[in-house]
Design a protein around this ligand. Structure first.
Ligand code: FUL
Length: 477
């Protein structure tokens, strides 16, 4: 397909600064157009790692879900230091912190003008503290983005279940959060929707919630099972699908909290035929619970375990949102800080050395050498119309590696459906890895091999075939 064909067929660029849609033509007949990410979705994905911080009255009551009757006076993080959270996050390679400004119990970590159920009624800092402000300031100091979780389910607020009056309350709180604390990069909507203090259930006005965020924080991505910008990955185990498309059919998960037998798998894998770009976010906790519990101090995931999570989330075209819950002191626990640091060091060491960098790459099409230049914004393109292609990679000498890193230039969409990697090892050519989707990043772990020549076969694609990165790494404990 020639470039002018697909511009001519659609006849237009997409509004909002996006790249042009890729329309059908020539031999890419399965789809009329491939969705592409917005700049905010692209930036969100390239960050790879975000830290989740569940903090609130549950931290003191030792519960996972408060029932809304908690006395605000239990909240007193006497050694509170958001700088400690942000430094631990930054040092381990995380790029943002998503804070539970309000969880299901309704207690607000900022002094909201619309309720007394907040830090203002706690003894912390004599009732003049503001957790959201201090986390926002700490994020700015460490050059981290700020994300906020505002639970729609509110088990304290009497207006919950009343319809519009509760939505007025909820949106007024969103407005406080999105206007007082500087730019917010992510708004996290939880789909939980059970009864409130009056035994009534609230019908959430998602359209109004989304419009409020778009108006006040156009730069933010919104997360929920149903997006609209970023989707839940369908489980809390830290596992994206081996096959993971960033596209989905919006009708298949119409609203957050939607329950159907196949929804988990659908969110985990996405849908190659999906009409919208809605990449998956993998949220998982470093401990068994989301909130801090003293009994879980010896159940913190190890660096090895966190590496596995990295491979099963970021390495499968998702983003990792790792929860590290602050303690009653208002600090991250030493065990968690150490695990984060060890994970960060190991990930950095693995990525710092790309053994394929500068290799000689042969393949038909344009600029095969781009895949080993370490610049994900440049790519190799297979010949027009090709839905399969081979890249031959020859290194100056044999290397030992156990991780393959592939990236598509996702600013142009996601198309690869199947790939195989062969290497010339002692006994001859052998297939060493194979997979389905690539997307932003596919990391494949293999047994350590020593080889000098590799052959990547891309054997099926839904649109123009391109690759931005072919990387080889060695991950060592
Ligand atoms: C769930 C909530 O019910 C949990 O408490 C936690 O916040 C998790 C991230 O989302 O839906």
């Amino acid at each position: 397909m020639r470039r002018r064909d697909f511009l001519g067929v659609t006849g237009a660029f997409v509004v909002g600064g996006r790249l042009p849609h890729l329309a059908s033509g020539g031999r890419y007949t399965r789809h009329a157009a491939r969705p592409v990410p917005t700049p905010a979705q692209l930036a969100w994905q390239r960050d790879e790692l975000a830290l989740f911080a569940h903090f609130g009255v549950n931290t003191y009551s030792d519960r996972e879900w408060g029932d809304g009757t908690e006395d605000p006076r239990i909240f007193n993080p006497v050694r509170f230091d958001a700088g400690q959270w942000a430094r631990a996050a930054r040092g381990a390679g995380f790029r943002s912190i998503v804070l539970t400004a309000k969880h299901h119990d309704g207690f607000c970590l900022w002094p909201s003008a619309h309720t007394r159920h907040s830090v203002a009624s706690s003894p912390w800092r004599g009732g003049s503290g503001d957790v959201v402000r201090e986390v926002a300031d700490a994020c700015r100091a460490e050059r981290l983005g700020l994300g906020l979780y505002l639970s729609p389910w509110d088990r304290h607020e009497p207006r919950y279940g009343s319809g519009t009056p509760y939505m007025d309350y909820y949106c007024a709180q969103l407005e406080e959060l999105l206007t007082r604390y500087g730019p917010v990069v992510e708004v996290w909507f939880d789909g939980a929707n059970a009864e409130g203090p009056n035994g009534k259930r609230q019908v959430y006005d998602w359209a109004r919630m989304h419009a409020t965020v778009r108006r006040l924080a156009p730069q933010a991505v919104m997360f929920s099972d149903a997006g609209p910008d970023v989707r839940w990955i369908g489980n809390e185990k830290g596992v994206a699908g081996e096959t993971c498309w960033s596209t989905i059919d919006p009708a298949s998960v119409p609203y957050a909290g939607y329950d159907a037998p196949n929804v988990g798998a659908l969110l985990q894998e996405g849908d190659p035929r999906g009409s919208v770009w809605r990449p998956g976010e993998t949220d998982v906790s470093i401990r068994p619970g989301w909130f801090w519990h003293p009994a879980e101090d010896d159940k913190v995931r190890s660096a090895e375990n966190l590496m596995s999570l990295y491979f099963s989330s970021v390495g499968r075209n998702s983003k990792l949102l790792l929860n590290v819950p602050p303690t009653r002191d208002g600090l991250l626990h030493d065990a968690d800080v150490q695990a984060l640091a060890a994970f960060g060091a190991r990930r950095r060491a693995m990525l710092a050395r790309d053994l394929a960098r500068g290799a000689r790459v042969r393949g038909s099409g344009r600029d095969a050498g781009a895949v080993v230049r370490g610049d994900a914004t440049r790519w190799w393109s297979a010949p027009d119309g090709a839905t399969e292609a081979v890249l031959d990679v020859a290194l100056p000498q044999a290397v030992s590696c156990n991780v393959i890193r592939l990236q598509e230039p996702i600013a142009l969409g996601q198309v690869v459906e199947r790939w195989t990697l062969a290497a010339e090892v002692a006994g001859g050519w052998q297939d060493v890895a194979r997979g389905t989707t690539i997307g932003y990043t596919r990391l494949a772990r293999i047994e350590t091999i020593r080889a000098q020549r590799f052959r990547l076969s891309l054997s099926s694609a839904l649109g123009p075939l391109r690759l931005a990165t072919f990387g080889l790494h060695l991950d060592t404990p």
